[in-house]
Ligand binder design. Sequence first.
Ligand code: NDP
Length: 451
Amino acid sequence: MFDYDLFVIGGGSGGVRAARIAAAEGGAKVALAEESRMGGTCVIRGCVPKKLMVFASEYPDAVADARAYGWDATVGGFDWVKFRTALEAELNRLEGAYRNTLKNAGVEVFDARATLVDAHRVRLADGRDFSAKHILIATGGRPFVPEIPGAELAVTSNEMFHLEALPKRALVVGGGYIASEFACILHGLGVETTQYYRGAQILRGFDDEARGHVSNAMRARGIDIHCGTDVERLEQTAEGIRAVATDGTDREFDLVMYATGRLPNTGGLGLEALGVGIGRKGEVLVDAWSQTAVPSVYAVGDVTDRINLTPVAIREGHAFADTVFRGVPTQADHELVASAVFTQPELGSVGLSEEAARAAGPVEIYTASFRPMKTLFAGRPDKVLMKLVVDGASKRVLGCHIVGPEAGEMIQLAAIAIKMGATKADFDRTVAVHPTMSEELVTMRKPTRVF
Ligand code: NDP
C-alpha cells in the first residue's frame, strides 16, 4: 500500500493540472508539494504579471492616439509602486484560486520542497517521507545568467516584478521572448531602454521577415537594439552599472536585466541516482507519454524542455493524468503549437517559418504589409504584417505569422484552421470581416514569392 496514488512535485501549470485531473476525474489520492508560491512561473513570475506590465506600458501610446482622435488627453507620470502593489494583490488572488482548485479536487498540498528518495518515495524538506505509486516531476525552470565578471549585478525576469523603483536607464541582454518583451515594457513605462543581442537578429527561430518587422518597429519606437553585441563584464560604479560590451561599447545603466534563456529545475532532486535520464541542459528525459526511464516517475512542463509554454505544460499534465489515472491513453500533441511574443508590436506565429518551409520543399509566400486604420488615422507609422506560408504542391497552409496589435488573439484563431489542414483555397473562400486587420489573411490573391 502506498500513502498516495500520485505525488506531484511542483505547483505550476503542468503539476496543478495533472494533480487536479488525477484526483477529481481519476479518483486518485493525490498530494502536491510546492516550495515557492502556488501557480508557478506563469502565474507568479511569468506570463501573467508580464502581460499586466505590457498593458500598463501601452497607455502612453493609447493616450497619444486619443489626442489624435480629438480627446483632450494627457498622460501624467507612472506610479510604479501603485502598479506593483495592485499587481501583487492580483497575484495573491490567483495563487488563492490555484490553492482552492486543488483543495476542491481533494489534493493534499505541502508547502515544502520535495526530493526523491527512491522510485516510490518522496521526502519533504522537514524530513517527512511519503510513498506514492506514481511521482510526477513538474518543477519547471529558472533563468540562466552566463558566467561573466559582475554577473551578480544583473537581475532576471524573476526580480522585475519586485523592483523598488523603475530605473532611468536599462539594459536588457538577450534576444528571445523574454528579453524582447521586457525591452518593450520598460520602454513603454518611460525607461530609456537598450537591448544587446549576440546574434544578427532578435527572436531567432521565428520567421525572418516577421523578426525584421518586429525589430524595425521596436527601433522606430526608440528602443536602442544592438545586434552582434554581448556583455563582456559588468562593474558597479558610483552612478550605476557599467556594461563593457564585446563590440567596444562602454555604457552605464541603472538596471541590467539578463534574459538569456532558462534551465530546467532538476538539481538536487535525486533523479540521476534513481536512474532517471537527464539531458545536456539538465532536462528530464521522457518519452511521448511523459514517462522517464524509471516507470513510476513521469515529468511534464519546462523541466522536460520540450516546448516551454504554459499551455503545452497543461496539455502534458492533462495527458499524463488521462493516461495513468483515467484509463484514456493520451499523448500531448506538440505539432503546430501557436505562440505569441508580447512585444510592441506583438508577433503571433504558428507552423513553419518561410525559411523552414523552403528548406523542406516548394512553397508560395503570401504577404500583406500595411498601416492599420486605427493608428494610421492617429498619424503613427506602425505597420502590420500578415503572412501565409503555403505548400507549393498541396497548397496547404504550413505557417502563419502576424505582426501587429492583437496578433496573439488573431493567431489563436488562424491556428485552428491550420491545425485542421486548411488550404490557401479554404482561406480564400472565407469572406472577409470588414474593416479589420485580419481580413488581409483571406484577401491575399497572388503570392509575393514562389520558390
Ligand atoms: P530564449 O531561449 O527564447 O532566448 C534566450 C536568448 O538569450 C537568445 O536570444 C539567446 O541567443 C540568448 N543567449 C543564450 N545564452 C546566452 C549567452 N550565454 N550569452 C548571451 N546571450 C545568450 O529564452 P527566454 O529566456 O527569452 O525565454 C525562455 C522560454 O520561455 C522561451 O523559450 C519560451 O518558450 C518561454 N516564454 C514564452 C513567452 C510567450 O509565450 N510569450 C514569454 C516568455 C517566455 P541565441 O538566439 O543566439 O541563442
